[in-house]
Design a protein around this ligand. Structure first.
Ligand SMILES: NC(=O)C1=CN([C@@H]2O[C@H](COP(=O)(O)OP(=O)(O)OC[C@H]3O[C@@H](n4cnc5c(N)ncnc54)[C@H](O)[C@@H]3O)[C@@H](O)[C@H]2O)C=CC1
Ligand SMILES: O=C(O)[C@H]1O[C@H](OP(=O)(O)OP(=O)(O)OC[C@H]2O[C@@H](n3ccc(=O)[nH]c3=O)[C@H](O)[C@@H]2O)[C@H](O)[C@@H](O)[C@@H]1O
Length: 257
């Protein structure tokens, strides 16, 4: 652009996307907010105004937030980091529940009914996956460390470490529940994608869990996800049985999406 139109004055805007996989159109049509970051220069404001006009065709003006570029870029990372932090927090509590007899869903419902906490992203499970959340937390860690804020970086790194810990804990529990050995056993995995209603397998927790459990040498692992194409699944993992096989004669079925 700068070469073909050398006289043009170019302004960069930051306009992070907040849609989630599986609800992309709904999120696009009804966003909680649209963030437009621009330089403090009048031309930056003008460029931001032009972009805001486009969104105003379907997004209420009050939901279109104008910020500086750093605020906008950082907000994207922090939004995903805070979501990740909630998931890691509730997963850490699930470990305490398993030791004490408390029920994690009851605890989540009890704390989530506090309006200051809210009930979203409190579902304990096998941890967060997907191509974005972990990447953004680690970007935040990198940013903090590169700014010399090592304690801040360490704090956010723990969110990712807790996520990995949760997967390991889950895998160990599966083995424990099956008499501490998978040798000679068939395991069925229902769900391959990183979350329900998507075919996206990037950073899927299930892949991690599968790799760990295959080290325990089960006789067979059957894997099925109605959203994922078998060829794509095959590319990711070596063992795959089709849907018909997936539920037959398995010693254990693991729902992992
Ligand atoms: N997938 C999602 O739901 C959302 C994604 N995002 C963000 O949008 C960005 C893209 O995400 P996806 O579309 O899911 O990823 P993707 O992996 O499907 O697409 C990324 C594209 O960028 C291209 N690319 C990678 N490196 C490049 C380079 N150096 N130069 C030119 N092109 C390059 C890749 O070939 C690919 O086509 C990420 O930063 C992600 O965090 C934000 C909100 C939602
Ligand atoms: O930057 C991005 O790409 C997007 O990342 C996430 O969206 P996404 O990764 O598609 O999916 P989420 O719904 O956030 O779920 C992420 C992971 O957390 C897990 N999760 C979610 C909620 C919960 O309570 N517990 C839980 O374990 C899900 O199963 C999934 O593995 C954010 O929610 C989007 O706002 C953001 O735009």
């Amino acid at each position: 652009m700068a070469i073909s139109r050398p006289t043009a004055i170019l302004r960069s805007l930051s306009n992070p996307e907040f849609l989630a996989a599986g609800t992309a159109v709904q999120d696009l049509m009804h966003p909680d907010r649209v963030l437009i970051g621009s330089s403090p220069h009048p031309r930056g404001h003008r460029a931001a105004g032009l972009l805001a006009d486009i969104y105003a065709a379907w997004v209420p003006r009050a939901r279109i937030l104008a910020t500086n570029v750093w605020s906008s870029e950082l907000s994207k990372l922090v939004a995903n980091a805070m979501l990740a932090q909630r998931i890691s927090s509730i997963n850490s509590i699930s470990a305490i529940c398993e030791e004490t007899g408390a029920d994690i869903d009851e605890v989540a419902a009890a704390i989530g009914s506090d309006a200051r906490i809210g009930d979203k992203f409190l579902k304990a499970g096998i941890g967060f996956g997907g191509s974005c959340i972990k990447k953004d937390v680690l970007s935040l860690v990198y940013l903090a460390v590169s700014l010399g804020l090592h304690d801040v970086g360490e704090y956010w790194r723990q969110v990712v470490m807790m996520n990995e810990h949760q997967r390991g804990r889950f895998s160990r529990r599966v083995v424990r529940c099956l008499d501490s050995t998978l040798v000679g056993k068939k395991i069925t995995f229902l769900g391959v994608a990183f979350k329900a209603n998507t075919s996206d397998m990037r950073e899927s927790p299930m892949l991690d869990i599968l790799k760990t459990l295959l080290e325990e040498q089960p006789r067979e692992a059957a894997i099925f996800d109605p959203r994922c194409h078998p060829a794509v699944v095959r590319r990711e993992i070596e063992t795959f049985l089709d849907a018909q096989d997936a539920d037959s004669a398995a010693e254990s079925t693991i729902a992992v999406t």
